[in-house]
Design a protein around this ligand. Structure first.
Ligand code: CP
Length: 316
């Protein structure tokens, strides 16, 4: 396993090697148990640009940056000059001119980061970019904290049976996790409504009925129903929380059928009594809050990798 990772940007899990993933988990665990310390010998300035709503990812990146000694420069999209038509590229050039070296960005456009990191010859943006979630594309920091949480629990990925359940087509968390977990040797199952599944995911796992695998899986990874991404979807008009919960959700009956050592995960925010029976959110098998705690330490490890990749903070 490599000891240190250096990445210019962190926008996707798709091209990470298994070795890099395991090193990031190792480093995040060291931050968690306070055996790893990163000392910045030069100041680093970061901005978190969240053009879509967020509680966990935004606050967690903010916390991780501050724990690493990074100066966080406030940026509020709703009061920024983006509302006067300034492009994302020009916004980043502006922040860079002011001294910001690293930006974490969440945006509704899939692959928004491509033109920011694959520049034309006449463009000179040097900013390090970390993806806080792009549309239904990638959510690398959520995926990495999920991998850390699974690894903490089981100590390996090979052969683990993991069910990804729910609104899969809308989910950037599902996309990142299926790519990484498949690569790491997990056995993936997809469950939930057929109309929120796409056969493009068949290459990563089997599309099944949750009730056929609930007593065999090690991890139930539940996904939020993303109503805000269903404009024009007739299934959204006919959506019933009670019916969804009964057919696809983690009911108390399904919870009782799970293996003793199995765990339940959810990226949040939860629609209570839709994906998850409300009384199970804090149940013994639930790792919902552990995921959030791990998110701070994993994001510290990811940021450290990007600081190293950009020679920021005096880190080599
Ligand atoms: N899991 C996740 O991305 O949550 P937020 O939208 O609250 O950041």
């Amino acid at each position: 396993m490599e000891n240190e990772i250096a990445l210019k940007h962190f926008v996707s899990v798709e091209n990470l090697t298994n070795d890099q993933i395991l090193t990031l988990i190792h480093n995040a665990e060291e931050f968690k148990n306070q055996t790893r310390k990163v000392t910045l010998t030069e100041p680093v300035y970061a901005a978190n640009l969240f053009f879509e709503n967020s509680t966990r990812t935004h606050t967690s990146f903010d916390m991780a940056e501050r724990k690493l000694g990074i100066q966080v420069i406030p940026f509020d999209p709703s009061h920024s000059s983006v509302n006067k038509g300034e492009t994302l590229y020009d916004t980043l050039l502006t922040l860079e001119a002011l001294g910001v070296q690293l930006s974490v960005i969440r945006h509704s456009t899939n692959n928004y980061y491509e033109p920011l990191i694959n520049l034309n010859d006449d463009q000179h943006l040097h900013m390090a970019i970390m993806n806080g979630g792009d549309g239904s594309g990638q959510h690398p920091s959520q995926s990495m904290l999920d991998l850390m949480t699974i690894y903490e629990e089981f100590g390996h990925f090979e052969g683990l049976k993991i069910a990804i359940v729910g609104d899969i087509t809308s989910s950037r968390v599902a996309r990142s996790n299926m790519q990484a977990l498949h690569h790491l040797g997990a056995e993936l199952y997809f469950a939930g409504p057929d109309y929120w599944y796409d056969s493009q995911f068949d290459k990563y796992g089997k599309h099944v009925d949750l009730d056929d695998v609930i007593d065999q899986i090690n991890v139930a990874m539940l996904l939020r129903v993303q109503h805000e991404r269903h404009a024009g979807d007739e299934n959204e008009d006919q959506f019933s929380a009670a019916s969804y919960h009964e057919k696809y959700g983690l009911t108390n009956k399904r919870y009782q059928q799970m293996k003793k050592e199995a765990i339940i995960m959810h990226p949040g925010p939860i629609n209570r009594d839709v994906e998850f029976s409300s009384n199970l959110v804090e149940a013994e098998k639930s790792r919902f809050f552990r995921q959030m705690q791990n998110g701070v330490f994993m994001r510290m490890a990811m940021i450290e990798a990007v600081l190293r990749g950009n020679h920021l903070g005096g880190l080599k």
